[in-house]
Design a protein around this ligand. Structure first.
Ligand SMILES: Nc1ncnc2c1ncn2[C@@H]1O[C@H](COP(=O)(O)OP(=O)(O)OP(=O)(O)O)[C@@H](O)[C@H]1O
Ligand SMILES: [Mg+2]
Length: 255
């Protein structure tokens, strides 16, 4: 499923008369079945954009169309077709065993027993869920909790998956497993994946397309090879540093 974002804007109210424009008139298209890296420095507006694309926040201006569906008219349908993982915040019930949360998702999303079992088998294979599925999230390590959240977001076979920093604080081996898992889901199910990360190797190993924002403004929207050719370098980390530094200069000028 593809996503079309047009003129998206979100301003947060701070103290009485202060406002912060977190997302400032951004437009982009995410083609169906692709893994897109959505990146930008801290505070760029990535999580805010993802919250709008998943219906958690309502935009001040602009439109989001998911394969022609909009939150105004088709909220329920969109919710059934999208999954989201926030690295910083779990969707699982904190005090009950992970398996019970997964069963709750199964019932909420009306997943058949057959599909539930198939998915649980497939996810357990790579994510090693069996080790900790009987424990509540409050007793899990960060990496285990993240794996449980990934399973929860995919148990109902969404067509689109939003991943907001799914590898934050994860060890190298678990990171590799999570990457393999993301790749497998995309290849086998053609799930459209929007991935936010500060780990350049996540992008290198997973993404064909990149969207870069800075201070709420769109900086780049295109393929990874094209970005490298524009900068005449194969070193993505260096390129990203240059882009972020240019943004800081712009900030100083504005101030
Ligand atoms: N609930 C809120 N109220 C007020 N301001 C907010 C709120 N959430 C975010 N902001 C501000 O909006 C801007 C964008 O924040 P956002 O969380 O979208 O950034 P981000 O790109 O996800 O950053 P990071 O890489 O650090 O996760 C920041 O300046 C932040 O301080
Ligand atoms: Mg964020």
């Amino acid at each position: 499923m593809s996503i079309e974002v047009k003129g998206l804007t979100k301003t947060y109210k701070l103290k009485r008369h202060e406002k912060k424009t977190a997302v400032d008139n951004i437009s982009f298209t995410i083609p169906g079945g692709e893994i897109v890296g959505f990146i930008g420095p801290n505070g760029a507006g990535k999580s805010t954009t993802i919250k709008m694309m998943t219906g958690i926040l309502t935009p001040d201006c602009g439109t989001i169309s998911i394969e022609g569906l909009t939150f105004k008219k088709n909220r329920k349908e969109i919710m059934l077709k999208t999954g989201v993982v926030f690295g910083q915040k779990s969707v699982l019930c904190w005090d009950i065993p992970v398996i019970d949360s997964l069963k709750l998702f199964r019932d909420m999303y009306r997943v058949s027993d057959e599909v539930f079992k198939e998915n649980m088998d497939a996810f357990s294979d790579i994510l090693g869920l069996d080790e900790f599925i009987g424990q509540p999230p409050r007793l899990l390590s960060l990496g285990q909790r993240m794996k449980a959240d990934l399973a929860a977001s995919l148990i109902y076979d969404p067509d689109i998956l939003f991943l907001d920093e799914p590898t934050i604080g994860i060890d190298v081996l678990s990171k590799e497993r999570i990457r393999q898992f993301i790749k497998k889901i995309n290849e086998e199910r053609h799930t459209t994946i929007i991935l936010t990360t500060h780990d350049v190797s996540d992008i290198e190993s997973l993404c064909e397309k990149m969207i870069i924002i800075d201070k709420g403004v769109l900086i780049y929207d295109g393929s990874l090879p094209k970005l490298k050719s524009i900068y005449g370098s194969a070193d993505l980390e260096e390129i990203i540093k240059k882009i972020y530094l240019a943004g800081e200069d712009r900030y100083e000028k504005v101030c």
